[in-house]
Design a protein around this ligand. Structure first.
Ligand code: NI
Length: 248
């Protein structure tokens, strides 16, 4: 089975969401990032059987939230199709003048995940050490989505109980570091994702991405690890079902 563990299905990005969802022969987990997209995620999971969701405040959105944002997450976290808190984390690449605020909002959501015993979907860009130092203080599990750090750090996060989210970038020619990580770590520690509508895998690089392209991520991983694509799909699906407690 194909499971896209991380995508964004915003109405702003797609004028044909229904078609995109129906074309996906598998499961997708849509992540919210702010008030607007969290509401959209909730709508989608209630409407489509094969869409699950996560609610969270993305580090790029920490300046556009209110107490209501947290209230909305807590009010809906027990919806059986909301499977994690995310997309949350730290991003010092796009915005680096509010590090403390990002950390505060990140921790607040880690507290919510702890309170409701939910996994998390983590975004970390140019902030891997701070992300690690914070997560080390918690006893949570989750996905390091679109992992972009070193093999050493991947191993440290796996030790903490996290899975490594691998998406379309693994198919890019210049992604040697990520390809090396995929070769070295156990398939049991990998989750497939697309991060749609961004980061389309080859042969669609540069075009708008969609969850069905998870297949091309799996194909590349099977090439790198020299294992059958069926093993990639079976094992990574099992990883996702266990981590997010998917009730299929
Ligand atoms: Ni994302």
């Amino acid at each position: 089975m194909l499971i896209d563990t991380h995508c964004h299905l915003g109405y702003e990005d797609y004028d044909n969401i229904e078609e995109i969802i129906k074309n996906m022969d598998g499961i997708m987990i849509a992540s919210g990032c702010n008030d607007k997209t969290n509401k959209e995620v909730l709508e989608l999971v209630n409407k489509y059987d094969n869409v699950y969701g996560t609610l969270g405040i993305h580090p790029e959105d920490v300046d556009n939230i209110s107490e209501d944002s947290f209230r909305f997450i807590e009010e809906n976290i027990s919806n059986p199709k909301i499977v994690a808190i995310g997309e949350i984390g730290l991003d010092y690449y796009w915005v680096s003048d509010n590090k403390e605020k990002q950390q505060e909002i990140f921790k607040r959501q880690l507290d919510i995940a702890t309170k409701y015993n939910k996994p998390i979907v983590v975004h970390s860009r140019e902030a891997i050490q701070d992300t690690y130092d914070i997560l080390k203080q918690y006893n949570l599990k989750g996905s390091l989505h679109c992992f972009s750090s070193s093999l050493e750090m991947a191993r440290e996060f796996i030790k903490l109980g996290y899975k490594i989210g691998v998406g379309g970038t693994v198919t890019f020619k210049n992604s040697k570091k990520l390809q090396e990580i995929v070769k070295e770590i156990d398939i049991k520690d990998i989750l497939l994702e697309t991060d749609s509508p961004y980061l389309s895998p080859e042969p669609f690089r540069g075009k708008r991405n969609n969850p069905s392209n998870t297949y091309y991520v799996a194909l590349k991983i099977s090439e790198l690890k020299e294992i059958d694509i069926k093993e990639v799909l079976d094992t990574t699906s099992k990883n996702a079902i266990q981590l997010f407690d998917l009730n299929l």
